[in-house]
Design a binder for this molecule. Structure first.
Ligand code: NDP
Length: 323
């Protein structure tokens, strides 16, 4: 029998999950649950309200939660965990322990299994950090993000007076990547390692110098970063900057014995952040389904799922073709 998938919340990530489920030979999408009425899905799969969720008990194996991390998942993941095994992409790193504890309590009481914070960061990048640090205990780890669109920073620029539209790219600084790849261990943090590149559409009568100054002095967003502001037309923004690309690098530079150096590098170059994140969630939905079949209950992360469990291949096939 196929793994029966439900989606809760229908935005960019949900459409990525929907597309990825179509590619899986062992899954089917049962429905989408939304706070809004009358939405249409890309695949034509039926939509339901949040109140309908409990009625699907026994008809859905894993619910993929696609709400936003800022306010939705903190509430929705424990709520849906009462009825179903769930997976989410919660990416507010500082609040992961709190979210884990809330979900774990509900899941243990309900005897369900929920995997939180899947995606690429947290998610695939987290796995690479664990592998690299376990293999090279003596060394230094680095994470760089980009080149990619930061939705949060783009929104923050759009809120400035006189700004009509904006896109902000986070760009890793090549000189640090090169140094690490050459076996050096430069002293670089997130601020020093990234450039913030802004493309801004200003109103015709707006004071561009003032807008640029407001961007560069915005606390928690741009202060501390090298920031470049480019003013462009709406046509240029729509033509050249409409995608949601992202990606980044996890690197570890270390040594096994004095002077014997090793560099581990994992990189992602994503045309679409939500489509890739959705693909990771779907693969791990399979892993979670198998974990639940093995009797797992409570809250989990990507660290708890064996790689073989996310694959569509059998253990024999994996040994023959992927070892
Ligand atoms: P969206 O803003 O597109 O969707 C979030 C929620 O907003 C949806 O679940 C939906 O809920 C509601 N919504 C969507 N579109 C509309 C609309 N037109 N009008 C009103 N409400 C709408 O966010 P994303 O899908 O882009 O991202 C979701 C989360 O994924 C992010 O908050 C981020 O935390 C996480 N993420 C995690 C990553 C990782 O690597 N771990 C990477 C990328 C993202 P409803 O249908 O109920 O109204």
């Amino acid at each position: 029998m196929n793994i029966r998938i439900g989606i809760v919340g229908y935005g960019n990530l949900a459409r990525g999950v929907e597309a990825s489920v179509q590619l899986q030979p062992d899954m089917e999408l049962i429905g989408v649950f939304s706070r809004r009425q009358g939405i249409e899905t890309v695949s034509g799969v039926p939509t339901y309200t949040m109140e309908d969720i409990p009625n699907f008990k026994g008809k859905i194996d894993v619910m993929v939660l696609c709400g936003g991390s800022a306010t939705d998942l903190i509430e929705q993941t424990p709520m849906v965990t009462k009825y179903f095994n769930c997976i989410d992409s919660f990416d507010t790193h500082a609040r992961i322990p709190e979210h884990f504890a809330n979900v774990d309590k509900v899941a243990k009481e309900a005897k369900t299994a929920t995997l939180i914070s899947c995606g690429w960061d947290p998610g695939m990048f987290s796995l690479q950090r664990v592998y690299a640090e376990a293999i090279l205990p003596k060394g230094k780890s680095y994470t760089f993000w980009g080149r990619g669109v930061s939705q949060g920073h783009s929104d923050a620029i759009r809120r400035i007076d006189g700004v009509l539209d904006a896109r902000q790219y986070t760009v890793p600084k090549e000189q640090y990547l090169e140094a690490i790849r050459n076996g050096e261990t430069p002293d670089v943090d997130g601020y020093k390692g990234h450039l913030r590149e802004c493309y801004v559409v200003a109103a015709p009568d707006a004071d561009k110098a003032k807008i640029e100054n407001e961007i560069k002095t915005m606390k928690n967003y741009f202060v501390g970063y090298e920031t470049v502001v480019n003013f462009i037309s709406q046509e240029e923004l729509d033509r050249d900057h409409k995608g949601i690309p992202h990606g980044g690098f996890v690197l570890r530079s270390g040594e096994s014995t004095e002077g014997t150096r090793h560099v581990i590098e994992y990189s992602l170059k994503l045309d679409s952040n939500p489509e890739f994140t959705g693909s990771a969630l779907v693969a791990y939905a399979r892993g979670l389904y198998r974990l639940a079949k093995h009797g797992g209950t409570g809250c989990y992360t990507v660290f708890d799922i064996p790689p073989a469990w996310i694959s569509t291949q059998s253990a024999e096939e994996l040994r023959a073709h992927s070892l």
